[in-house]
Design a protein around this ligand. Structure first.
Ligand code: SAH
Length: 469
């Protein structure tokens, strides 16, 4: 049998021009007719790279040398950029990043979904794309005689610990709110002071596991969640007292117990160490309570842009019945309720449904109802009971909508669908399905919710081509 021929060899050094990025933010070029992904490159770079993996349709290569710099290349702001796996695009100009995100979404709609004539607007960026995150989850790890807080290095369990004074030129994370960075420094110091003797003597596996910090940007309230294993912690009170003496403003200090396997940050049990077990934030005119386990968008400034666009695309007049599928803590449903007749939310996580109901009460909104369960199960059940929505908002997780959900939407001939997507790949798949069932994808608005990361959020207006019979 003839030996299978690849146009490239492993460990081969190649020169190539980078002319795009993929969904992971890696530079894309071509060599000997093969697509090659090279991390940490920018469109417009000519590079020398070493082939590290060969697949059927593409190769991966490691950057060896930049032969010619792209004008869009810039020095990363963060000194930990290459070791920490958090950011992917800090080596490129912010304007270029927005342009590339628009290209990713356009490509998904035109090329992958095969849809023409769709207006894909420019990506809406941030005026100041730093310190935008209202939440940070840090690992706590033993190091020598003490503990360190930080993120894992890419693809490893090695800590890129930089929540300490003098950690390179920047301490803390440039994407995280500044006050939360400061709080992390204090907490690291206090864990070292009040955790040390106790834990190191016992030598059990890492008693302290994570620190999760959240801030409500519009009220200033901060929540500290200290994730530990179960069991006594003799210095718990001393830790809490000193924390509050150094930072009296914390609204909520919670100890979360997690004896589970690694990978899941929070356990199910919360003990209040100080204050209450939730914080309250405002988005527009609405207030939301956020508890340690609730999902809440991490970039509230851009979230408002997404929700306003969803409201615009929903084109409500006050007469409509609206479905908010994948409703989380009810933010979109409550945002639309003021301009609709009725909104029905559907959400899988019981605690989020409780929060959503609580948020409806808090805001005195009574034309909403939240159902607990899977969209793909509940939507057919509600339809069988005579539901006829005028608008369906779909905001699924990265894997997109289940086929059943899209089938029901198209069988019900819902006249208007507003799709909120955080993954252009599954968005393309779902749009193509709806387009084959009598829908027209009209307009797409990408929004940059995660500057310096490759992710891009999009809001899509999809209309029924022919109206209900
Ligand atoms: N619309 C909300 C939440 C979006 S995140 C917001 O803007 O904040 C997606 C949500 O879908 C999560 O809350 C997740 O728990 C929920 N979810 C995931 N799969 C689901 C399913 N099959 N049925 C219902 N909800 C689901």
């Amino acid at each position: 049998m003839a030996e299978k021929k690849f146009p490239l060899r492993k460990e081969e050094k190649i020169n190539l021009l980078i002319d795009g990025i993929n969904h992971a933010g890696e530079g894309v070029g071509r060599c000997n007719g093969m697509t090659v992904f090279v991390p940490v490159t920018v469109p417009g770079d000519t590079v020398q790279a070493e082939v590290v993996a060969l697949k059927k349709n593409y190769a991966r290569a490691r950057l060896v040398n930049i032969i010619e710099h792209s004008p869009a290349r810039k020095e990363p702001e963060c000194t930990h950029f290459l070791s920490c796996g958090g950011c992917r695009l800090q080596h490129m100009d912010y304007g270029e990043q927005l342009r590339l995100k628009t290209v990713l979404v356009r490509d998904s709609i035109n090329r992958i979904a095969g849809l023409n004539g769709v207006t894909v607007n420019e990506t809406v960026g941030m005026d100041y794309p730093w310190h935008y995150r209202n939440k940070v989850s840090l690992h706590v790890q033993e190091c020598g005689e003490g503990y360190e807080l930080g993120f894992y290095e890419e693809g490893s369990h090695k800590l890129a610990g930089f929540f300490k004074e003098g950690a390179g030129s920047n301490s803390g994370c440039l994407l995280v709110d500044r006050e939360l960075n400061e709080a992390a420094l204090i907490i690291e110091m206090l864990i070292n002071k009040h955790g040390d003797k106790f834990h190191l003597k016992r030598r059990t596996d890492s008693f302290f596991r994570h620190v999760v910090l959240r801030k409500a940007f519009n009220t200033g309230e901060i929540m500290v969640v200290l994730v530990t294993r179960s069991g006594d912690w003799p210095q718990q009170k001393a830790f809490t007292d000193e924390l509050l003496s150094l930072w009296p403003g914390f609204t909520s200090v919670v100890r979360n117990i997690n004896d589970g396997p690694p990978g899941i940050i929070l356990g199910g049990e919360n003990l209040i160490l100080a204050g209450r077990d939730y914080i309250t934030d405002r988005l527009g005119n609405l207030a939301f309570t956020i508890s340690p386990l609730s999902f809440y968008q991490v970039n509230p400034v851009q979230t408002m842009i997404v929700y306003r666009k969803a409201l615009e695309y929903a084109a409500l007049t006050g007469k409509e019945t609206v479905i908010d599928a994948y409703s989380g803590i009810g933010t979109i449903a409550l945002f639309l309720a003021g301009q609709a007749r009725k909104v029905l939310g559907i959400e899988l996580v019981a605690r989020a449904v409780e929060d959503a109901r609580q948020n409806a009460l808090l805001n005195k909104i009574n034309n909403v109802a939240f159902h607990h369960g899977k969209v793909e199960k509940l939507l057919p059940a509600l339809t069988a009971r005579g539901l006829h929505p005028d608008v369906a908002v779909l905001d699924p997780p990265r894997k997109g909508c289940e086929r059943k959900t899209l089938e029901v939407v198209s069988e019900m001939k819902v006249p208007r669908v507003v799709y909120v997507s955080c993954n252009p790949g599954t968005l393309a798949r779902d749009c193509r399905y709806l387009a084959g069932k009598g829908y027209r994808v009209e307009e797409v608005q990408p929004v940059d919710m995660f500057p310096w990361n490759a992710h891009v959020e999009s809001i899509i207006l999809i209309k029924r081509a022919e109206s209900r019979m």
